[in-house]
Write a protein that binds this ligand. Structure first.
Ligand code: AP5
Ligand code: ZN
Length: 217
């Protein structure tokens, strides 16, 4: 199955994709994570993406599509994928439709996580992740059960993202509304769109998503 999570920065795409990965064994494909790994590794794509990401703008379609295409071709993706943060432009959505069609696949559901912009700033500014396994946390909404120790791997090092500051968040929200929100219409036309209210509790939203996955796949 192929599932898309659409939504602005901070909507909970990564949080929910990781939970679906655990529940259903699908692979989370986050272009944000793939690009951050490319930046850290200092690849050509990473060198081009770094400043763009720090400014909160969108990385060029060419780089992002090539990155996603390579990852999607890896054998583990045959189990099913959850696309987190991709596609983000009409050109990316069209490239994805073509890639999937060439493999005899289609999108099972495009879930739009509906949230208020104001709450997104709070979610993003409180976010941190385990440096070892990448598990996501939040200063107010999701703390590790034992203070300072990751629930998933027992790691004790945590990190915050370079682009999680108020100024960059504003640019990221702007990019979302201008370039990504039109995809809601793209998937509505395909009959794949499912909108859910994502302002609630993390576990409640996970429950709604699990029900969608069971019906759609
Ligand atoms: P990316 O990494 O995709 O970031 P993003 O879209 O800005 O999304 P976030 O990771 O910030 O938010 P999320 O929705 O995953 O929320 P999370 O679950 O962490 O992209 C970064 C950059 O890379 C882009 O700006 C761009 O430059 C580039 N890029 C990536 N993909 C691209 C593409 N396709 N094309 C072009 N450029 C691309 O949750 C946030 C926080 O809230 C966490 O702390 C979490 O614990 C908490 N939380 C989650 N759900 C809830 C809840 N229900 N209630 C309370 N707290 C919650
Ligand atoms: Zn961890």
């Amino acid at each position: 199955p192929v599932l898309i999570l659409l939504g602005p920065p901070g909507a909970g795409k990564g949080t929910q994709a990781r939970m679906l990965e655990e529940t259903f064994g699908f692979v989370q494909l986050s272009t944000g994570d793939l690009l951050r790994a490319a930046v850290a590794a200092g690849t050509d794509a990473g060198k081009q993406a770094k400043a763009v990401m720090e400014a909160g703008e969108l990385v060029s379609d060419d780089i992002v599509i090539a990155t996603l295409r390579d990852r999607l071709a890896e054998p583990d993706c045959a189990k099913g994928v959850i696309l987190d943060g991709f596609p983000r432009t009409t050109a990316q959505a069209e490239a994805l439709d073509e890639l999937l069609a060439a493999n005899g696949q289609k999108i099972d559901a495009a879930v739009s996580l509906e949230v208020d912009d104001a709450a997104m700033v709070t979610r993003i500014s409180g976010r941190y992740t385990c440096a070892e396994c990448g598990e996501g946390y939040h200063d107010s909404f999701k703390q590790p059960k034992a203070a300072g120790t990751c629930d998933k791997c027992g790691g004790t090092e945590f990190k915050r993202r370079a682009d999680d500051n108020a100024e960059t968040v504003a640019s990221r929200l702007e990019a979302y509304h201008a370039q990504t929100a039109p995809l809601i219409e793209h998937y509505a036309r395909q009959g794949a769109l499912i909108g859910i209210n994502a302002m609630g509790d993390i576990d409640d939203i996970a429950g709604k998503l699990s029900a969608i996955v069971k019906t759609a796949t």
